[in-house]
Design a protein around this ligand. Structure first.
Ligand SMILES: Nc1nc2c(c(=O)[nH]1)N[C@H]1C(S)=C(S)[C@@H](COP(=O)(O)O)O[C@H]1N2
Ligand SMILES: [Mo]
Length: 199
């Protein structure tokens, strides 16, 4: 006979979970988009890497599908306060797109279909920290959540995970993107609660 009541063992109790400061748990999957949801046909979809000298490498949807992908399970943290644990994604690690790219720049800006952008240090999209993700929970990523494909950088606040990503542009300086220009933190580490410039 088990000491624990049914359903107790094997479950993480909410009180056992360590969240970044100021965050609360959510079980649904909120949609946060600063503008309308772009709809991009897969045969028109392209992802590019552009160096600081303007050299461009591009991948079509079928190129992306042919690349080795990873299954990723990570917690995500939105600057508005919600955190969602154990989210499951599939995507191609960003370093796979950078293998043949020559650049001396230390920063990248992710650009989205629809105009959104966000800046990150190059080192934060390397070494298994960032993916071009195209599936969530075993299903193709829905347009609301950034499909066909989004940047996924779960160790930073979720605004860094650009939905509908279309390019990674190398930049010599840490040029602020959409939310960063509006006063949000340039780096955005949830564990250091870097919500706004100056945090
Ligand atoms: N292109 C684009 N990417 C974006 C956003 C956006 O408005 N446009 N919002 C960001 C913010 S603030 C968050 S919290 C997450 C939300 O992703 P979700 O809608 O899949 O939850 O996407 C980020 N990426
Ligand atoms: Mo957000």
């Amino acid at each position: 006979m088990s000491f624990f009541s049914p359903g107790f063992s094997g479950r993480r109790r909410q009180t056992d979970v360590e969240l970044p400061p100021g965050q609360y748990l959510t079980h649904d999957f909120p949609v946060l988009s600063a503008g309308p949801t772009p709809r991009i046909d897969l045969d028109a979809w392209q992802f590019s890497v552009v160096t600081e000298l303007g050299e461009r490498s591009s991948w079509s949807w079928s190129d992306l599908m042919a690349m080795p992908a990873e299954e990723i399970t990570k917690d995500i943290h939105c600057v508005t306060g919600w955190s969602k644990l154990g989210t499951q994604w599939k995507g191609v690690p960003v370093e796979a797109f950078l293998e043949d790219v020559e650049s001396a720049a230390d920063y990248v800006t992710a650009h989205s279909y629809g105009g959104y952008s966000t800046n990150l240090p190059l080192e934060d999209v390397l070494d298994g920290q960032a993916w071009i993700a195209y599936a969530f929970d075993g299903e193709p990523l829905t347009p609301e959540h950034g499909g066909p494909a989004r940047l996924f950088v779960p160790h930073l606040y979720f605004w860094k995970s650009a939905k509908w990503v279309r390019a990674l542009q190398f930049t010599p300086e840490d040029d602020p993107g959409f939310w960063e220009s509006a006063g949000y933190h340039n780096y955005g580490d949830p564990w250091r609660e870097q919500r706004y410039q100056g945090d």
